[in-house]
Design a protein around this ligand. Structure first.
Ligand code: TGC
Ligand code: FAD
Length: 405
């Protein structure tokens, strides 16, 4: 059988927007013009600025820090935060669709935006005093400052409530001691949003500048995942933190967990982007690659794989979109967000694994984005709450029984 170029899928993929036709359930119709414009702008930017360099960055294990400025220019930092505080003034669906397009490029790229917007700008906007907001948010929004978020510790990952990093009142300032681990962007950060216990054992949040005495952020080497993103520790040795930098009114784990809700929501959308890129590559490859005298896509087993991938991606798109409509009304619950993060990241990882096999030997090379997405997604399924932690959050919601305590 010869290659069937009239095959509608192939025809549409070759002719039009190469991603458009993956929208099997016309989710596009659920978006408004602002969403579509934001998506196109980010897609074009990723194609022009990221696609040409990402395989090289990944292979060398280098974070392309110049992209921070570009991310700021396309409005990827805090898309749903108010404009006057450095955000984009858009809704939650715009935020989600931007994360989708970034992660189509690379999960590490989406990480840069998630951390800056949802884990650094969001808590400063939500919890800091007005002076601190004005001091840091414009520079974070413009990409002049890079931020990081320190919650996880060497001995306390899934259970951040047991953290030992602490602050002690020293009159006109606090003294911060402790260490954080696995912190995205920490070695290049200008500031960190840090969570530490006060003398009453309550978790408090604060902005800590990297130039202050006693602050260091050594890089973590040897990562085989998210290689285009930089990760490090945060070490605090008697760091003096001015009192105005400590968030005044939020006490307890609710503070950092509310930021995680915001970022996990973005990941639920972002993972769809990584899945779409893998699916797209598998579809193109199997339509072109011939074995036994016909395109691989002509075999039933390949079609089963493609059909199932597209079905799962479509379900993930609809889950993210529905969550977005709830988030726009302020009604998305942490448990709903957990379900979407868990489902969509797992879905993307399964799609990546299947796509890898469909590329045969070529699938293990950097000619195709598959291995990079697959390895990245191993981090994504671990950070912001592991796959199993999100399962237990859902389990708690449906049974009313807390499996953590
Ligand atoms: P628990 O007693 O259940 O809750 C403590 C307080 O927090 C409230 N809460 C939330 N509030 C807002 N949003 C959420 N998602 C919330 N979840 C819980 C809760 O109502 C309670 O409030 P209050 O007022 O009654 O005190 O806490 P727990 O100690 O039992 O822990 C529960 C658990 C295990 C679910 C939680 O600790 C958890 O989510 N663990 C996973 C840790 C995690 O996700 N770490 C992520 C670190 S940051 C990161 O990975 C960034 S990657 C960045 C990138 O590169 O993209
Ligand atoms: P652990 O908590 O030790 O878990 C190990 C395993 O045990 C997991 O499979 C987990 O699901 C399982 N487990 C744990 N508790 C239970 C339980 N009760 N029941 C059943 N199974 C359980 N953190 C930050 O604060 N800021 C960042 O910017 C950041 N960036 C990161 C970037 C990367 C690349 C990575 C890999 C991590 C990052 N993290 C960050 C940390 C991340 O959030 C943690 O790795 C994650 O929360 C898991 O913690 P842990 O690695 O200590 O694993």
């Amino acid at each position: 059988m010869t290659k069937n170029i009239e095959h509608p899928t192939f025809h549409r993929a070759a002719k039009g927007d190469r991603f458009q036709f993956h929208d099997h359930y016309l989710v596009d119709d659920l978006l408004d013009d602002d969403h579509r414009m934001a998506r196109q702008a980010v897609r074009d930017w990723v194609k022009a600025e990221v696609s040409p360099i990402i395989e090289d960055s990944y292979e060398r294990g280098v974070c392309a820090t110049h992209l921070f400025k570009g991310l700021a220019e396309i409005g990827a930092f805090g898309p749903s935060l108010p404009v006057e505080y450095g955000g984009g003034g858009m809704d939650e669906i715009a935020y989600g669709i931007i994360m989708q397009e970034l992660e189509r490029g690379d999960s590490g790229l989406r990480s840069m935006a998630s951390v800056q917007g949802s884990l650094v700008m969001y808590p400063i906007y939500k919890y800091a005093n007005e002076e601190t907001r004005k001091k840091y948010l414009p520079k974070l929004g413009s990409g002049d400052f890079i931020g990081c978020f320190g919650l996880t510790e060497p001995d306390h990952g899934s259970d951040p409530g047991s953290m030992v990093t602490n602050i002690k009142d020293a009159g006109d300032h606090y003294v911060l001691n402790g260490a954080k681990m696995w912190i995205t962007n920490s070695p290049i950060a200008d500031l960190a949003v840090v969570w530490a216990k006060d003398e009453e054992g309550k978790v408090r949040g604060m902005v800590v500048e990297s130039g202050w005495e006693g602050f260091s952020a050594p890089e973590i080497h040897g990562k085989l995942s998210l290689r285009a993103s930089i990760t490090g520790e945060l070490v605090f040795e008697d760091v003096k933190v001015p009192k105005e930098n400590v968030f005044p009114d939020i006490k307890g784990l609710r503070g950092p967990l509310s930021c995680l809700s915001k970022a996990r929501y973005g990941i639920a959308w972002g993972a769809v982007g990584a899945a779409l890129d893998c699916y797209d590559s598998a579809l193109r490859y199997t339509l072109e690659r011939e074995q036994f005298g016909r395109p691989l896509a002509g075999f039933q087993l390949t079609q089963k794989k493609l059909a199932e991938m597209l079905t799962e991606i479509t379900k993930g798109q609809l889950l993210a979109w529905r969550l977005g409509t709830l988030a726009n009304k302020g009604e998305a619950t942490p448990a709903q967000i957990s379900m979407a993060k868990r489902n969509n990241v797992n879905m993307a990882l399964e799609v990546a694994r299947e796509a890898r096999q469909m590329h045969g030997g070529m699938g293990i090379t950097n000619e195709y984005p598959i291995m990079r997405h697959m390895a990245n997604l191993e981090s994504v399924i671990t950070y912001e709450g592991t796959h199993d932690i999100h399962l237990l959050i859902t389990g708690m919601e449906v049974t009313g029984l807390n499996a953590f305590k």
